[in-house]
Write a protein that binds this ligand. Sequence first.
Ligand code: SF4
Length: 396
Amino acid sequence: PSAPADANVGIVRRKTRPVPVGDITIGGDYPVAVQSMINEDTLDIEGSVAAIRRLHEIGCEIVRVTVPSMAHAKAMEEIRDRLYKSYKPVPLVADVHHNGMKIALEVANYVDNVRINPGLYVFEKPKSDRTEYTSAEFTEIGEKIRETLEPLVVKLRDQNKSMRIGVNHGSLAERMLFTYGDTPEGMVESALEFIRICESLDFYNIELSLKASRVPVMIAANRLMVKRMDELGMDYPLHLGVTEAGDGEYGRIKSTAGIGTLLAEGIGDTIRVSLTEAPEKEIPVCYGILQALGLRRTMVEYVACPSCGRTLFNLEEVLAKVRAATNHLTGLNIAVMGCIVNGLGEMADADYGYVGKQAGYISLYRGREEIKRVPEDQGVQELINLIKADGRWVEP
Ligand code: SF4
């Protein structure tokens, strides 16, 4: 699914520069992109190709793979080739780990974006007294990072590929920890240190992520990053995520709280929901968050009342039936209401309404107009007939 952003939203997205990741663009006026990561070993070429394809087919627009060694980097060539031959080009991101510059340089030939973690670029000698780093020390370390990073930046720049500077709260370098503490400020400064190096090399295809497993930290870090970028005239897009969100209902709530809060403020250009479950489970959560906020429309929007003592039919059962019959009709708004006591406004201007009227009967609405009253057991079929008569039905 990749329907365009809903033009009719109240959220004003922060202006960011468009950054390419294969045939997807992050930032600019492009829809907030959905991404995830396979958990296969990249050396398992067949398994990795199948996993990337599986994710892409259900709407994951950018797929990340982990590349912990040179052998993994080389395997990406075959993964990409097999994927392109047997399926299609999928925007690929390589997650490269510390001391991995040779690995990053190799894998940059085969993927569209390389993710680096600034916290793993450690050039400082450990300070036992834990004192702050001076600006001279920062400059000296910065030079070493620059030397290390330059070949990768140049390679990505010359191929018009991109880089994610992915800061994690749990892995800040010592110079940041001792100077700024384990804080959102430390995360932001860590990103800025790397942005400045990229800019000095005339490279601007950068996206940023500032992730934490605690939602308030992740929110504060991203807000601060935006504030600092605004002060500095930078417009890099942001990748949002709550790391280690866990699984099940709470994992989804935690991710939604962090990602949704920022998106509602206009912050965020691509999202990943990290669940301790199969990556396929993350994709519907991403699209659910984007749909709920009106940022993307990829499914039917159902409005349904919670039911109460006035309810004239089994709402849970009917909603399930209506959903089963209509959830392939992307773009429609359908309301299922136990009664009309609170007025048509409660149906939030749905395209169609299924409303309890009197015992044993329901009314079908098109917009605010009551179209017909039918026995309850014919309700779902009559709703389908109405949608068909309007030419808005497609076969599942
Ligand atoms: Fe109750 Fe009617 Fe409100 Fe549903 S719409 S919760 S049935 S009053």
